[in-house]
Design a protein around this ligand. Structure first.
Ligand code: ADP
Length: 495
């Protein structure tokens, strides 16, 4: 059920391979597995058990029992918070192993995993641990003969489905508020990155959560994911992934009218006005599309630049790419960009680059498949200029290190171009004009706006999209609403 693994940086650990149900690692019912591949070396890391619909049923039953069991149900919010803080401490103690797993399994730079993803999980857990005894109802004055009050109650069993781009963070964002409110969970990991959150199962047990409160399974989306979404005894589904899958999930969840939260795709615009600090704009817009190998749902992948500063901006953007986007072994300290997560993603990104060429965009930089020591799913950071709004590279989410840069003449045109998309996740703008900054921020059809930055994310601030980028919010106080009901209780005091 476990296998010994060693990362290139010398870190070794015992990797669980089972389905984590009731605080135990178990085989899948038919012993089927899926195999994780290291995208840097193209070598298999190990195989893990992949859940069948029967296994999902077992996990949901475990979560239901745990939900009703006094060991969880009767815990006070304060006590839940203590468990969550303990879990956050354990994440800190195991930070190097978690980061090494993420680096091997996903291809993201080790330093980014250690100082970004792992810390993010700790922050989210601690933030919601603090809320666990501060999320309560109201007494509502309804006159002298009656009274009414509300209580916040957990939803029940939550099915949570996460993607492969930030396995640890995406799990943390979902576990934190769900546990805070007293729910129980079946978390399904992405088949491309099954390892880090499986190791996390050890920490759930060590923190002292009662068996069945958090169940963690691997499995294929169409089998395990669909079984979880359709399970009649699941009360809520929270999903992060592609818009196409989000729509399928919405349909499937309708059969028993499940509460849903969806965080899906994006094609986020970044506007550079003529009065912008171009050095600042180049620095942030590079980070906004090139970090995490461009595999970010909020990536500002469409840059709209005022025509008067277009050439100057493109020059600065290109020199930032040259200076910062160091490709290579993600375990190397100097590496900024590792490989794309899988061969499938690598092929998909290269196909978009080809489409951009065929549609007549100019490749100002990159546009090639590259390798490290002859291996790996690396794509050079790619800058498309002369991009027209009709092109696929401008309209569709590529999910790779590729940016489309177009120009505009007026503020109205910039806003119209920015909003000309079915998505509405992030958006950014660069200007020194305070009034314009806030005016445009209100006009942008997006769940998040970054003024003079891109892709800021903070556990205290709500995260989510409008239009086809999702439903509901994660993080911040707003994230609690996704995991509790407000029950109204009326009391008649008249004889
Ligand atoms: P990608 O296309 O990048 O792999 P997806 O949105 O398909 O992104 O996957 C995100 C998560 O959704 C993964 O955990 C995946 O297994 C899961 N998933 C994929 N298809 C389905 C489905 N039909 N039902 C439920 N979950 C699914």
């Amino acid at each position: 059920m476990e296998t010994q693994l060693k990362a290139p940086n010398g870190k070794s650990w015992s990797q669980p391979r089972g389905l984590f149900i009731k605080n135990e690692f178990v085989k899948s019912s038919n012993e089927q597995t899926l195999t994780s591949v290291n995208p840097t070396t193209e070598e298999e890391i190990c195989s893990v058990y992949a859940a069948t619909a029967d296994d999902i049923d077992q996990a949901v039953k475990a979560a239901r029992r745990a939900f009703k069991h006094p060991s969880w149900k009767q815990l006070s919010g304060t006590e839940r918070g203590v468990l969550m803080n303990k879990l956050a401490d354990l994440v800190g103690e195991h930070a190097e192993v978690l980061a090494a797993i993420e680096c091997m399994d996903n291809g993201k730079p080790y330093s980014a995993a250690l100082t970004g993803d792992v810390v993010d999980v700790q922050n989210v857990l601690r933030y919601y641990a603090g809320y666990a005894d501060k999320n309560f109802g109201q007494v509502i004055d309804v006159g002298p003969t009656k009274m009414a009050y509300t209580v916040k109650e957990p939803l029940g069993v939550c099915g949570q489905i996460i993607p492969w781009n930030y396995p640890l963070s995406m799990a943390g964002w979902k576990l934190g508020p769900a546990l805070c409110c007293g729910n129980t969970i079946v978390l399904k990991l992405a088949e491309q990155t099954p390892l880090s959150m499986l190791y996390f199962g050890n920490l759930i047990r060590a923190a002292g959560f009662p068996p069945g409160v958090v169940n963690i399974v691997n499995g294929h989306g169409r089998e395990a994911g669909a079984a979880l979404v359709q399970h009649p005894d699941v009360d809520k589904v929270a999903f992060t992934g592609s818009t196409a899958t989000g729509k399928e999930i919405m349909k499937m969840a309708s059969s028993t009218m499940k509460n849903i939260t969806l965080e899906t795709g994006g094609k986020s615009p970044l506007i550079v006005f003529e009065d912008a600090d171009l050095d600042l704009a180049a620095r942030w817009s590079h980070e906004g599309i090139m970090s995490n190998q461009g595999q970010i749902c909020t990536a500002t992948s469409r840059i709209l630049v005022h025509e008067s500063v277009y050439d100057a901006f493109v020059d600065k953007f290109k020199s930032t790419v040259k200076r910062v986007s160091v490709l290579g072994d993600p375990f190397e300290e100097s590496t900024y960009q590792g490989p794309q997560v899988t061969k499938t993603q690598y092929d998909r990104v290269l196909a978009y680059i080809q489409a951009g060429k065929e549609e007549g965009a100019t490749i100002a930089m990159g546009g090639e498949a590259v390798s490290h020591k002859g291996k790996g799913f690396f794509v050079s950071p790619t800058v498309f200029t002369d991009v027209k709004p009709s092109m696929r590279i401008y309209r569709e989410e590529i999910f790779g290190p590729c940016v489309a840069i177009a120009s505009f003449k007026t503020e109205e045109e910039a806003v119209a171009l920015a909003n000309d998309t079915t998505y509405g996740l992030g958006s950014a703008l660069f200007t020194r004009d305070l009034t314009r900054a806030h005016r445009v921020a209100r006009e942008l059809e997006a769940g998040m706006v970054w003024i003079n930055s891109s892709n800021d994310s903070d556990f205290r601030v709500p995260f989510g999209g409008v239009k086809q980028s999702g439903i509901g919010r994660e993080l911040g106080e707003a994230g609690l609403a996704a995991y509790c009901n407000t029950k109204a209780i009326h009391v008649n005091m008249r004889a």
